[in-house]
Ligand binder design. Sequence first.
Ligand SMILES: Nc1ncnc2c1ncn2[C@@H]1O[C@H](COP(=O)(O)OP(=O)(O)OP(=O)(O)O)[C@@H](O)[C@H]1O
Ligand code: SF4
Ligand SMILES: [Mg+2]
Length: 332
Amino acid sequence: MTVTEQAAPARTHASTLTATDVVVEFPVGRGQKVHAVSGVSLEVPPGTTLGILGESGCGKSTIGRALIQLPPPDSGSVRLGDLELTELGSRDLRRARARMQIIMQDPVSALNPRRKVKDLVWEGRSIWGHDGETPKDVLVDDMLRSVGLDPDAVRDKHPHELSGGQCQRVCIARALMMDPEVLICDEPVSSLDVSVQAQILNLLETSARSFGLSMVFIAHDVSVVKNISDQVMVMYLGKACEVVPSDEMHRTSVHPYTRLLLASIPGEPQDHPHAQQVSVELPSPLDPPSGCRFRTRCPIATDRCAAEEPRMREIAPGHTVACHHVAVGADE
Ligand SMILES: Nc1ncnc2c1ncn2[C@@H]1O[C@H](COP(=O)(O)OP(=O)(O)OP(=O)(O)O)[C@@H](O)[C@H]1O
Ligand code: SF4
Ligand SMILES: [Mg+2]
């Protein structure tokens, strides 16, 4: 069963999600702090999907959570349309968060084990109130069908009676029930069986299209991110390195770290001069390298890379990169 047009509310109010110079740091004692996200900017126009890619610990979840202000960033701006989320009081922030739903990696622990599926799916609407004429039970059943679940089989079950894939479908139903504008998916399939992963990815893709959603899709698997996204942002140690249209990623990406990620896909040709394998040790986020944070692993680093931080600049329409040694027009 797939998402139906009937289940999709007509969206007339989608907004662009914009983050500018977002910084998130975690104090860890003795005056030290983890530089988890250090000045990341991004833009997700209505109805598009931005993929966020990078190794474990590079700050993907932190930026995803900062977008919904969990926690709010230490500095920087996050806007949903004209609304500056970082300046909202708690009540307005809760209301704004309802417009941005998050799907987590572990669907079982994301669901309250004591509640039945029908109540889990309705939870957000029960908090915010339901002023439509259609009864709750009808809306819940419609939504369960929309995410490929049989309402008769699951509505009265608890999460532990469902498979991981079914639980993730319930999480998606819960999120969609709030009629969000943006869905933030943080590794939504990495805890699922391989056989179920493609089904859930397909569901997210069709849901986004049918419900007119924008998505931020976080994962460390290059092919998963590339397939579902319009644009891909590659992060390294709390910084954005490159933003590139996903369908051109293999051909046009130029940042040495992006090339390294692409070269690490099994079966991919290692045909780019920047794709040589280098030391795989990730520097400490407590004390990131000066200048370009990738320099300790970069095969083409120079003295300038240690002295000066590369800024993001556009090298072609929709393609930005932070590297001193990439020329404008490099991907043409
Ligand atoms: N609450 C916290 N307190 C201290 N450090 C944290 C906290 N949350 C995250 N970090 C650190 O911030 C950095 C970024 O973490 P984050 O979870 O965003 O990375 P990630 O890219 O999502 O990694 P993964 O792919 O493993 O999920 C890591 O060094 C992590 O250890
Ligand atoms: S700025 Fe220097 S170290 Fe950083 S990616 Fe470019 S060449 Fe490598
Ligand atoms: Mg994460």
